[in-house]
Design a protein around this ligand. Structure first.
Ligand code: NAD
Ligand code: IPM
Ligand code: MN
Length: 336
């Protein structure tokens, strides 16, 4: 059997800083797994001229799972070739259409299931003769069906509640979305479904996030709502995600970006990246025990060690080290 391989894409800004902690933790938990690093985003543009070099793409396609830091650099904001294009290309190449973004804190335990390879990000775009610039939100019914099914499946295994978020009062794609949710619902009689317009969903998330179980929504709405859900459950520094296909390697990445405002200062919270590593262990490698151990270690470390975004003074490395110390404590307890 080929060896289990994890490709790490450190990315840009705080990416390499949080990716280092993830790599050390992964190597501690599953030393038998082969780990290799490749370039993506701004770092890749600087080295090769392309945001997703062929070598990176080949390595990711051949990997068991991919762990990705954020990409994006103000240096390329106005350029034609931009870091984010590499990320969108990678998501498409891996067909990781189901982006799972959990938010957990206090009485809030929700999961945003975001469609990741369609919609406004991938529709027709351009400039008309009169100078009008356009991006188009496009969905084929099959693209909607597969993500909606994922939403129902996940809700069935959680608290059995699914909120489908759309803008059906305005958009054709949202009316398609709503129709497919309604057509799918009878196959999941154990799941209670509701439709919610996206503006209201944003308000409800900000005020009473505890009401939600699973939220299923299209690409752009999911992008925006997941930052909001992160904000009401401890902040972007804590929010992980898993992007899954129907069989190929999954892509595991924090919800947050490259945080150029704090890059290089040691202030980045590595928790989102470490929680993404836990999701990789569980969904990408099938190591549920190690994933559970890592989740417990992160929770225990966060009781005592806090980065500046959480009101503390710890550095990225100090929090990473504290998590690995907790893993050793947990290990000793299991062995004794
Ligand atoms: P951002 O998420 O990078 O930062 C928003 C705010 O949150 C900043 O104040 C930042 O310091 C803070 N923050 C983010 N992550 C943090 C962490 N781990 N610890 C502590 N504080 C943290 O969003 P932005 O500034 O709008 O975007 C910066 C760049 O990141 C852009 O180029 C954008 O395209 C890119 N981006 C990439 C991804 C990705 O690769 N998945 C996601 C979002 C944004
Ligand atoms: C995210 C990011 C990306 C997205 C950008 C960088 C393309 O914001 O993963 O949330 O919008 O999907
Ligand atoms: Mn985002």
């Amino acid at each position: 059997m080929p060896r289990t391989t994890v490709v790490i894409l450190p990315g840009d800004g705080i990416g390499p800083e949080v990716a280092r902690e993830a790599r050390l933790t992964l190597e501690l938990l599953v030393p038998e797994v082969e780990v290799r690093e490749e370039l993506l985003g701004g770092a890749a543009i600087r080295a090769t001229g392309e945001p997703l070099p062929q070598q990176t793409l080949d390595a990711c396609l051949a990997a068991t799972a991919v762990l990705k830091g954020p990409v994006g650099d103000p240096e390329f904001d106005a350029a034609d070739v931009r870091p984010e294009q590499g990320l969108l290309g990678l998501r498409t190449a891996l067909d990781t259409y189901a982006n799972l973004r959990p938010s957990v804190l206090g009485d809030v335990d929700l999961l945003i299931v975001r469609e990741l390879v369609g919609g406004l990000y991938f529709g027709a775009r351009g400039t008309r003769e009169d100078g009008t610039v356009f991006d188009t939100c496009e969905y084929h019914p099959r693209q909607v069906e597969r993500i909606v099914r994922r939403g129902f499946e996940l809700a069935r295994r959680r608290r059995g509640r699914l909120t489908s978020v759309d803008k059906a009062n305005v958009l054709e794609t949202s009316r398609l979305w709503r129709r497919i949710v309604d057509e799918t619902a009878p196959r999941y009689p154990d799941v209670q479904v509701e439709h919610m317009l996206v503006d209201n969903a944003a308000m409800q998330l900000a005020t009473t996030a505890g009401q939600f179980d699973v939220i299923v929504t299209e690409n752009m709405f999911g992008d925006i709502l997941s930052d909001l859900a992160a904000a009401v459950t401890g902040g972007l520094g804590l929010a992980p995600s898993a992007s899954l296909s129907d069989g190929g390697p999954g892509l595991f990445e924090p919800v947050h970006g490259s945080a150029p405002d704090i890059a290089g200062t040691g202030r980045a919270n590595p928790t989102a990246m470490l929680r993404s590593t836990a999701l990789l262990l569980e969904h990408g490698l099938g190591h549920a025990d190690e994933a559970g151990a890592l989740e417990r270690a992160i929770d225990a470390a966060l009781e005592q060690v806090k980065t500046p975004d959480l009101g503390g003074t710890a550095t990225t490395e100090q929090l990473g080290a504290a998590v690995r110390e907790q893993l050793a404590v947990d290990d000793a307890r299991v062995l004794s």
